[in-house]
Design a binder for this molecule. Structure first.
Ligand code: SF4
Ligand code: SF4
Ligand code: SF4
Length: 353
């Protein structure tokens, strides 16, 4: 496991059993998000468009091989969207005044208060305590309201499947990796630090640190911090988000507010902006080489300091989930024994008569 890609600390995971730690939303209800959940930070200035994340996603989710292999980078010449067979895609953008192309990875943003879940009247989507938004095909009725509701146009439908088509989207590798204490497949596979996984609050702190440390390198905004009530997949970029085809007019109101009328509080980070801007001003004046080294060091320290703790937290979650699963099994065995015993007694009673 690549520990460099871990981040996060900010309090205990609060991880109960997997079953107990999930919240469902059917139509009319809305989530309040999980402030202590995990998140992924995508840094477009680090991404080299290698598509290794796409390859990993394909493998982890056992999806069909694409027509053109993952090492064929000519596919980047076309703008793509996620499909039922590609939960994530990387697109290339030629930005004016920028010598090199910029890449953006697209997948489900794992909204804190997901519109897909809010629109789904049978509760096929679950916002888990870890941050992932998962989908249960066994209850899905195929109405595709989730596809209409998603502000990021993510859920895809298996139109080619005649029998029981499903909605397909990134699950943050919840079942396949997260609950086993492993990083999401794409994060693990990324050869750069374009993808960093950790507690959402810690990931936000890293993003802020980067913005503050390299004010000339980054747009001063963390996409997903507040958009649509916040997401568990966050983005920072060296070019305006609009130039990466990202919708910057979504607003901060969680989508379920439009259906439920309830609204949770805007994250208190707004109060930190004066401090942050002050920091940016101070840092931007330090231009000598030593200051640059210090800046680099501070970002590296921020990553190094916290990744081991995040790894432990995920490990603890896994162990707790394991213990809870064992308890469930023990309970089931005990119940089966009791039933057998009762049957045996019944039979004995019958033969005595
Ligand atoms: S990005 Fe779309 S599919 Fe993903 S959680 Fe948000 S609303 Fe749902
Ligand atoms: S988190 Fe998992 S499912 Fe989502 S894009 Fe990455 S590899 Fe694919
Ligand atoms: S693996 Fe990392 S560097 Fe390569 S395309 Fe994906 S996000 Fe970018």
């Amino acid at each position: 496991m690549h520990r460099r890609k871990f981040l996060g600390l900010m309090g205990a995971a609060g991880a109960g059993s997997v079953a107990a730690s999930t919240a469902r939303a059917a139509g009319g209800k809305h989530f309040e998000g999980y402030p202590d959940s995990f998140a992924v930070l995508f840094d477009s200035t680090e991404c080299i468009g290698c598509r290794e994340c796409e390859r990993a996603c394909n493998e982890v989710n056992n999806l069909d091989q694409p027509e053109r292999p993952f090492d064929d980078l000519s596919v980047l010449e076309t703008k793509r969207r996620t499909t039922s067979n590609a939960y994530t895609v990387v697109n290339k953008y030629d930005v004016p005044d920028q010598s090199a192309p910029v890449y953006r990875k697209i997948q489900c943003n794992h909204c804190m208060e997901p519109a897909c879940a809010s629109a789904c009247f049978v509760g096929a989507f679950t916002k888990t305590e870890l941050g992932a938004v998962t989908y249960d095909p066994s209850v899905c009725v195929g109405c595709r309201y989730c596809m209409i509701a998603c502000p990021f146009h993510i859920p895809a439908y298996e139109y080619d499947k005649v029998l029981e088509p499903r909605i397909m989207k990134c699950t943050m590798c919840y079942e396949t990796r997260l609950i086993k204490g492993e990083l999401p497949g794409c994060v693990d596979a990324c050869p750069k630090e374009a993808l960093v996984f950790g507690k959402r609050e810690q990931v936000l702190q890293l993003a802020r640190r980067k913005l503050q440390t390299y004010p000339d390198r980054y747009e001063q905004h963390i996409y997903g911090e507040t958009e649509m009530g916040g997401t568990n997949w966050l983005y920072i970029s060296g070019t305006p988000f609009e130039s990466l085809d990202m919708n910057t007019e979504l607003g901060d109101t969680p989508a379920p507010k439009f259906t439920s009328g309830a609204l949770k509080l805007v994250p208190g980070v707004v109060a930190l902006w004066p401090l942050l801007l002050g920091g940016i001003y101070a840092v931007s004046r330090r231009k000598d080489k030593i200051a640059e080294q210090e800046r680099q060091q501070s970002v590296e320290d921020a990553v190094a300091e916290t990744k081991e703790q995040a790894r432990k937290e995920l490990e603890e979650f896994k162990e707790k989930a394991e213990r809870d699963r064992k308890k469930e099994v023990d309970k089931a065995v005990k119940k089966a024994k009791e039933e057998l015993e009762a049957e045996r007694k019944d039979e004995q009673g019958g033969s005595d008569e």
